[in-house]
Design a protein around this ligand. Sequence first.
Ligand code: P6P
Length: 336
Amino acid sequence: MSIDRKILTLDEFTIQQLRAFPQATGELSSLLRDLGLAAKRVNVEVNKAGLVDILGDAGTTNVQGEDVKKLDVFANNQFMKVLQHGISCAGIASEELDDIVVFDDEISKNAKYVVMFDPLDGSGNIDVNISIGTIFGVYRRVSERGTLCSKEDFLQQGRNQVAAGYIVYGSSTMMVYATKRGVNGFTLDPSIGEFCLSHPDIKCPDFGNIYSVNHGNFFRYEKGVQDYITACQKKNKTNGGPYTQRYIGSMVADVHRSLIKGGIFMYPGTTDKPKGKLRLMYECNPFAYLVEMAGGKATNGKIPILDVQPTELHQREPLFIGSKGMMEELETYHKL
Ligand code: P6P
């Protein structure tokens, strides 16, 4: 008798998780489904970016002083609105917005979570059809439910996340997220318009043979980082040959590859930018939570990313993330 393995949709998976843990209220499951809905809407626009006039600059610059691409604005609004109209989110912070957005309706004021996201990371790659992504982190609010959320709800250590993940808009569109119960990946099936469980219980291999860094900054890295990069070009543990170097310039794609195949991604500080380029709250923390949950490691070169105490919403942080064994190799060159 053939057993047809039912491929669970994201909705079915989150509901199955809820049934397995009856003490759960369903608010986190609902929030994750909301994020999946927004991701599907963004995916439609990303896929036709070359065809309609949503390419190019929106004529504005974001809090980072970067030209804002129209898709950035669209994606930001999709994720913000879907969370605002849900039942689980009291407010958001976004790479595209100077400050937090407090949802002041009665249901949102009573919601359990706040969400931080980069709505479309790597958007500089939109015009050349390179994979881009959305990154999100979910925190239980620390302020009292029934009141408006506040900045303190957002400036929490990454270790306080209750869920974190990303959507990669690539050759296929995937949503990968972690909770304390593990890391699972869902691939969008356009024929039914649903994210379907394609990568259950993702574990990051202890070793890979790919290192990922912007070599253009090599002479501005600390010596320990330079020494590790040089060592990667000589020998690796998996097959004795040199590592392969891959760098897409889109963090979601580079880290996704490191998670699935094994590998290490680095965005170190440089002499001119000691804190590097990546943002702690909505780029480093979500990936650090997810990769650690999958058995990997993530540091800022000194301490685990998840232990960094944030002081500002948009602060930058150096990032070293990936396979546990490769991270430990790095640490022999670049003392934590
Ligand atoms: P660089 C994209 O703009 C991004 O924020 C990340 O997705 C990516 O890893 C990084 O910047 C690339 O930066 O300086 O190497 O071009």
